[in-house]
Every structure is written in structure tokens, then in C-alpha cells.
Design a binder for this molecule. Structure first.
Ligand SMILES: [Zn+2]
Length: 488
């Protein structure tokens, strides 16, 4: 029975590697047989004849290239690899990339997808601010979550992103109202079978054990480095006592992540942390809108990481996405979804928004007569932001983020022969400017195939969807918010 709901389904929706995968044996499609043992030690897979974008300058790109996977790892990348008895995955017409990395995603909100499509972030007293995220989501909906809501929201959001080729996420769960809520979030991330960073952000109410419960969580769930899940400490500076959270994160030796939003009144606190030398390479700063030049310089000098949610920052009034500011200081940002109640978690939307916005700034400068314009980001730059730079930001680049021999095999095959992409003339351009999730053909996490020829595996989506809808119904009813699907 599930620990987190009364529906009577088994706790594990997804069968971890090595268990229960027999049902997949022998699935046949026009494109070959899927090896049911993918990801197992000692078994080898050859992805053959694709356009390989390794995103590692030391490895390079290959047209008609191969990626050899042994167990959970990448063994070799190159042309015409000798692979003996390895099973072959035909990648003709495919672009082969490392899995996308989303460095900030509030997956616990999946049941409320799209509901706040037209809202802004907070009531800032300025025009159009009465309909806002903060009062609906954080002050009402989030207060009525039960552990089972956390579980199904997190699991469904995770599976959906595997389907979109996002093999790694930092899940920002601000829903730690009790240790049971926290355990439900961790269990869902584990059951999804994806690489994930559990972001232990705040919770509310008298049963919340944030931030002290971080020590238990780290010990119980994250004591091994040899697993798909790692942990980050949430250290929001708008919450009184945040210094304790930062100290616990540093005591545990895990990164400290936080939202940094000028319109949320954080500028003074952020400045004082900057000027007192509190920033470190373990900091992940989300948004960084409206911050002072001094704080930016201290963040860059400290080696802190910046995660940008470009479409969200633009639509929700966080302030203009500071992509040029980061680049001018030599910082390489990663890209992140933020909240699906307001914007999709599709990585292609993230990449296109970052690319078009940065280029719009530069184009405007050029049209205005400026001659020493900043460099324009390219499709390769933004694909880098969405892969290896995210891995670096989450301290996972020794494991993922590029197709580098020795790293774990988080690999995505994108169909460049599809009607919205063919004919292929530019690989990074096709990925960033043409593709969408319909082009995500095959997805592998640590060598294990999770999506095969367009089909998400190991998940009972109709069943999970009905559980998610039941959770949605509870959230609306208990919060007293009217679900008006035709709201203007
Ligand atoms: Zn956020």
C-alpha cells in the first residue's frame, strides 16, 4: 500500500532498475527492439550513427557518430566505435545530446498547472498586482497540502519532465509542513527514477521541522553519493532566521539555494550578505533580478551560480531577466522552469526565451547606434546553459551535463527527421529554434531507458493522472479557491 495516500496502489509506481522490467522485454517498434536490461552493470548499448552534440569541447561533435554506454556510464563517444556484442540503438536522423537540466522547479505545484497563467508574482501595490502568485499559491494552496498531495504532484511533474528530455532537476519544494511531507517529496523523486536534487526549502505550521530536519533527511536519504538523488539546502532570505538554514547547509556540506528577487524586498539583505563575505561557490541564486552591482560582483567573485527562469521573470514581474549582467561578469547561467501554474516546464521554451531576449537587448543596442555591443548568444550557448552549465550549478558536472566518457549516461535522442525539423541543416539551431517535446524520441537516465521511441516507460499515467486530479480537487476545496477554468 502507498505510504502517502489511501488509494491502495503499491508504493512504488515505478519499478527501479532490475525489478519488474520483464513486461518491457521484447517491445518492438519500427526502430528496433528495446533492450529491457538497459542500465544494468556489464551490459552495453551502442547508440549508432547520430548527430552527436557532446557539449564537451574535449570530446567534440560527430555527424554519424556513436555513443557507447556500459551499464550506467558512457564508455566512449566517437566515430564507428567497436562495440562487440553491444545492443544497437539506431540513431540515424537523430540528434544525440546530454539530458536537459532544470535547476529550479516547484514540482509540488503540478496539480495546479496553468491556473495562474495570467498572474504576477506578488501584490506590489503597482498596477495589475491583485491577481498574484504569492497570495494564491503560497498563502492559500500550499497551506492545505497533505503528504499524499506532495507525493503525486512531485511524481507526475518528474515523469512529465522525463518525457520532455529533462533528466535532472532541482526540485524546490517549499512544502515541508511536517517530516512526512518531506519524506513524501523524497519518495516521489526516488520513485520517478530521475536524477534529482531535493531542494529542502521551507514549510509552515507547528509541525514543520524546517530547517533542523535537514540533518535527518541528509542522513536517511542522502548519505550515499552513489545515487540519483542529492540534496540542496533552501535558505530563503525573506524568511526570518534564514541564517540558521545557511549554517545547517554549510555544516552538512551541501549547496545553499535561494530565490533572489528585488521586487520581493530582498535587496538590502542580499547586499549585507554580499558585503559581509557570506557568498560562496556553494550558493545557487535563483532569478537575481534587481540586485546591486556590488552584490553581483561579490556573487561572481565568490563563484556562485545563477539560475534564470526567463519566461517566468518576464511574465510575473520579477524584474528583467539579468542574463546580460551575468554574462558580462563571466558567469554562465543555467535555465529553470520555476512554476508550472504559470509557465510550462518544457526546456525548449526556456532555451528559446533566453536566446530571443538576450539577442533582443543586443539588437536594440545595435539599432540604437552602439558599436561595442555585447556578443550575441548562440543556439550552442543556450544549449550549454540547459545542459552542462546546469550540471555545474548543481555540482553534478562530474556525473552529468555532457556526453563525456566516464560520466553517467543521461542521454536524449531528438528526432531531426520530424516534420517540424527536417531537413537538418544546423544541429544546435534545430534543437533550440525548431524543436519541442514531440521531438524527444528516447531518454536514458544513468543508462536506463525511460522513454523509448516516443513512449514514456514504467509509469501508469492514467492512474497517476486520476490521483493528481483528486489531489487538485482537494487543494481547491480545502483552500476555498474557485476553479474557474474560463476565468478572464
Ligand atoms: Zn521559484
Amino acid at each position: 500500500m502507498c505510504k502517502f495516500c489511501s488509494e491502495g496502489h503499491p508504493n512504488i509506481h515505478y519499478s527501479p532498475a532490475g525489478e519488474g522490467s520483464g513486461a518491457l522485454q521484447g517491445i518492438r517498434t519500427g526502430a528496433g527492439t528495446m533492450p529491457s536490461w538497459s542500465g544494468e552493470d556489464g551490459r552495453r548499448l551502442l547508440i549508432r550513427g547520430g548527430y552527436v552534440l557532446s557539449m564537451d569541447p574535449g570530446v567534440g561533435d560527430f555527424a554519424g557518430g556513436d555513443v557507447l554506454v556500459s551499464g550506467s556510464r558512457i564508455e566512449a563517444v566517437g566515430m564507428k566505435l567497436e562495440a562487440g556484442d553491444a545492443a544497437v540503438i539506431d540513431a540515424a536522423g537523430m540528434i544525440v545530446i546530454p539530458g536537459f537540466i532544470d535547476t529550479h522547479h516547484h514540482q509540488f505545484e503540478t496539480a495546479l498547472r496553468g491556473f495562474l497563467a495570467d498572474c504576477i508574482l506578488i501584490n506590489d501595490g503597482k498596477p495589475h498586482s491583485l491577481y498574484n502568485y504569492y497570495e494564491h499559491m503560497l498563502q492559500k494552496f500550499s497551506m492545505v497540502y497533505r503528504p499524499q498531495d506532495v507525493y503525486v504532484n512531485e511524481l507526475f511533474g518528474s515523469l512529465s519532465q522525463i518525457d520532455a528530455g529533462v533528466t535532472t532537476v532541482m526540485d524546490v519544494s517549499q512544502i515541508h509542513h511536517s517530516p512526512e511531507h518531506s519524506d513524501a517529496a523524497v519518495q516521489a523523486l526516488r520513485d520517478a527514477g530521475r536524477r534529482a536534487v531535493f531542494g529542502y526549502f521551507e514549510g509552515w505550521g507547528e509541525r514543520s521541522k524546517y530547517p533542523e530536519d535537514a540533518r535527518r533527511l541528509k542522513k536517511e536519504h542522502f548519505s550515499s553519493d552513489d545515487q540519483l538523488l542529492t540534496m540542496v539546502m533552501g535558505g530563503e532570505i525573506y524568511i526570518p532566521g534564514y541564517e540558521r538554514a545557511w549554517a545547517i547547509g554549510r555544516e552538512l556540506g551541501i549547496p545553499v539555494a535561494l530565490h533572489v528577487v528585488g521586487t520581493f524586498g530582498m535587496r538590502d539583505t542580499f547586499d549585507s550578505l554580499a558585503s559581509s563575505g557570506q557568498f560562496g561557490p556553494d550558493n545557487i541564486f535563483i532569478h537575481m533580478t534587481g540586485m546591486s552591482d556590488m552584490a553581483w560582483k561579490m556573487a561572481a567573485d565568490a563563484g556562485a551560480h545563477v539560475s534564470l527562469s526567463v519566461p517566468i521573470e518576464m511574465t510575473m514581474r520579477h524584474g528583467m531577466p539579468p542574463i546580460q549582467k551575468a554574462l558580462d561578469l563571466g558567469m554562465q547561467p543555467s535555465l529553470s522552469t520555476d512554476v508550472e501554474c504559470t509557465m510550462t516546464a518544457d526546456p525548449f521554451t526556456q532555451m528559446r526565451s533566453a536566446m530571443t531576449l538576450q539577442r533582443a537587448f543586443v539588437n536594440e543596442d545595435a539599432l540604437g547606434g552602439k558599436t561595442d555591443c555585447a556578443a550575441m548568444v548562440t543556439s550552442r550557448d543556450v544549449l550549454r546553459f540547459a545542459t552542462i552549465e546546469g550540471a555545474k550549478g548543481l555540482k553534478l558536472d562530474r556525473k552529468t551535463g555532457s556526453l563525456t566518457p566516464g560520466k553517467e549516461a543521461d542521454i536524449v535522442l531528438l528526432d531531426a527527421s520530424a516534420i517540424n525539423v527536417a531537413p537538418l541543416n544546423h544541429a544546435t539551431g534545430a534543437v533550440v529554434t525548431l524543436m519541442d517535446r514531440s521531438n524527444v524520441d528516447t531518454v536514458m537516465v544513468a543508462g536506463r531507458i525511460r522513454k523509448w521511441r516516443g513512449e514514456l516507460l514504467d509509469a501508469d499515467i492514467p492512474k497517476l493522472r486520476s490521483e493528481l486530479e483528486a489531489s487538485r480537487d482537494h487543494l481547491f476545496e480545502a483552500s476555498g479557491i474557485d476553479r474557474d477554468v474560463f476565468r478572464n
